[in-house]
Design a protein around this ligand. Structure first.
Ligand code: SF4
Ligand code: SF4
Length: 497
């Protein structure tokens, strides 16, 4: 079991509502963004002198722009239905990690500055000014929300804490108080086209290496083409797929699917990243800039379709916002969805019997499936309601003999977040990440102990990175983490050895 200098939640008998521990996570702080990154993304390089006025003006602007934000701040009746639904509260016991309390950090400032009752009665109306102390709370607890939207499923009014958390981060960036991890990554995408800052030469080297590797393993010339004009499909993947494990095994799986289907495809060096962290900081401008880069790359390459890889939040951006941010995609073939998820692409081939699959290639695995938040609760696949749940499962059942479901109370639309989403996947937030992973780790452990599961498949790069890091704290090996297309890649028959 991985060692930690903080207490690891006991998941042996599942995770229940913890005792309240006020301030339990107040000590966990994110690393501050550099002046260079703040200004590169269009924010003040450091905290502005009149930060309170600027923050309130930004809040007013956002409430005017996003009517839902003002509505969410107005309509909460404190019913408490969401209070025990956040994985960070369940894992930490910190009351500020209850969704309603997290919202309240912004709502009390809203009341004080934008409502008559708050202006007249102050604390009696649960109103509070935006003080240094309140700003510190915002900086802490709006970075202990992975914007997973689980709480909104249980709220009778559909109040979405994720949207409040995005707005809070946008307000903080607007006064020059930003988080290093997210801002640095967005800056890298603007500079190089991907999160990791991989230059084109390194990308070429990696893709050539993968071609040789797959040839050695299968005897087949599976291609990993880059910047190939006139290809049918542009494939956009999270850049972790090029280098990290187990992500790269899904990349090999995608390439094998294209090869087996005989459909030409290409990666783009201009847009070699599907992830779009602009959403995590609520920045319309930065989200748009990244999405536009992808739209431009597809146009330039002359492709007919855009297929996207295994990345949860990026799929949400693509599914929900690409058209508004970077559309119209009128250069693409209108017979295909924009974007097409790689799972939709592969499942359609499976349904047409266009792939030769040998399920026994995955017989060493007893597989379960983890629904990633942004796919489960913020997007859809296929043409039927719930397609985002069924399509990845249909693929897994087509490529594995042994498939087991986890507790639906911890999966599907009620899925627990991996604990590392929403821009929290940084080292200084490890304690939050480990504790926040407890509910999903408990659901996984239950099927491991009782049904022999040894593999949890998923379609999100952040989930893969987070789980490989944090599951060992629960005595679950990192090898339990797999991509859906990793298992597809194992089963697909290419005619070689
Ligand atoms: S992490 Fe998810 S469940 Fe928790 S407050 Fe944020 S959106 Fe709600
Ligand atoms: S469930 Fe909705 S209305 Fe009830 S406390 Fe939570 S946010 Fe407020």
């Amino acid at each position: 079991m991985a060692k930690a200098d903080f207490e690891i939640p006991d998941i042996e008998n599942g995770v229940s509502v913890p005792a309240i521990k006020p301030g339990a996570m107040a000590h966990v702080k994110y690393h501050a963004a550099s002046e260079a990154h703040l200004s590169k993304l269009g924010f003040p390089a450091k905290r502005v002198d009149n930060w309170k006025e600027v923050a309130l003006a930004k809040m007013n602007e956002l409430m005017g722009k996003y009517k839902s934000l003002k509505l969410f701040l107005d309509v909460c009746v404190k019913c408490g239905a969401c209070a025990d639904k956040c994985h960070y509260f369940l894992g930490t016991g910190d009351p500020n990690n209850m969704p309603v309390a997290r919202q309240e950090l912004m709502r009390k400032v809203y009341r004080k500055n934008f409502t008559l009752g708050g202006k007249l009665f102050g604390g009696l109306a649960r109103a509070e000014d935006l003080t240094e102390e309140v700003l510190r709370e915002w900086m802490t607890y709006f970075h202990q929300c992975s914007q997973c939207r689980r709480c909104s499923v249980f709220c009778p009014f559909g109040i979405d804490t994720a949207e409040i958390s995005m707005a809070a981060r946008e307000i903080m960036d607007s006064i020059g108080v930003g988080q290093k991890y997210t801002l640095e990554i967005i800056a890298k995408v603007h500079d190089t086209g991907n999160n990791l800052g991989i230059p084109k030469d390194a990308l070429i080297g990696t893709l050539e290496f993968l071609e040789e590797d797959v040839k050695e393993a299968t005897g087949v010339d599976v291609k990993f083409p880059l910047d190939q004009k006139g290809a049918e499909v542009m494939l956009i993947v999270p850049s972790a797929d090029f280098f990290s494990s187990p992500h790269v095994d899904s990349l090999v799986g995608y390439a094998k699917v294209f090869h087996a289907a005989g459909i030409s495809y290409t990666f783009s060096s201009h847009a070699s990243e599907f992830a779009n962290f602009g959403m995590f900081i609520g920045s319309y401008d930065n989200t748009k800039k990244i999405a536009t880069r992808i739209a431009d790359a597809g146009r330039e390459l002359g492709v007919k379709r855009i297929v996207v890889g295994e990345c949860g939040h990026a799929y949400r951006v693509a599914y929900s916002f690409w058209n508004t941010l970077a559309g119209p995609f009128d250069y693409l073939d209108k017979n295909h969805a924009v974007p097409t998820h790689i799972c939709e692409f592969t499942e359609e081939l499976i349904r047409r019997n266009a792939l030769r699959l040998d399920k026994s290639a995955n017989d060493e695995f007893t597989v379960t499936y983890h629904d990633s938040c942004n796919v489960a609760r913020a997007s859809r696949m296929g043409t039927e309601p719930g397609g985002q749940f069924e399509i990845p499962r249909n693929i897994l059942k087509a490529v594995c003999n042994k498939y087991v479901e986890m507790d639906p109370e911890a999966n599907r639309e009620k899925t627990f977040c991996c604990g590392g989403g929403g821009g929290l996947l940084s080292d200084e937030l490890l304690e939050v990440r480990v504790k926040g992973a407890a509910p999903k780790a408990a659901a996984l452990k239950e099927v491991m102990d009782n049904q022999g599961v040894n593999t949890m498949a998923m379609i999100c790069a952040i989930c893969k990175a987070q789980f490989t890091k944090v599951l060992p704290y629960y005595d679950i090996p990192m090898e339990a983490v797999a991509g859906v297309h990793q298992l597809v890649g194992n089963a697909i028959q290419l005619g070689g050895k």
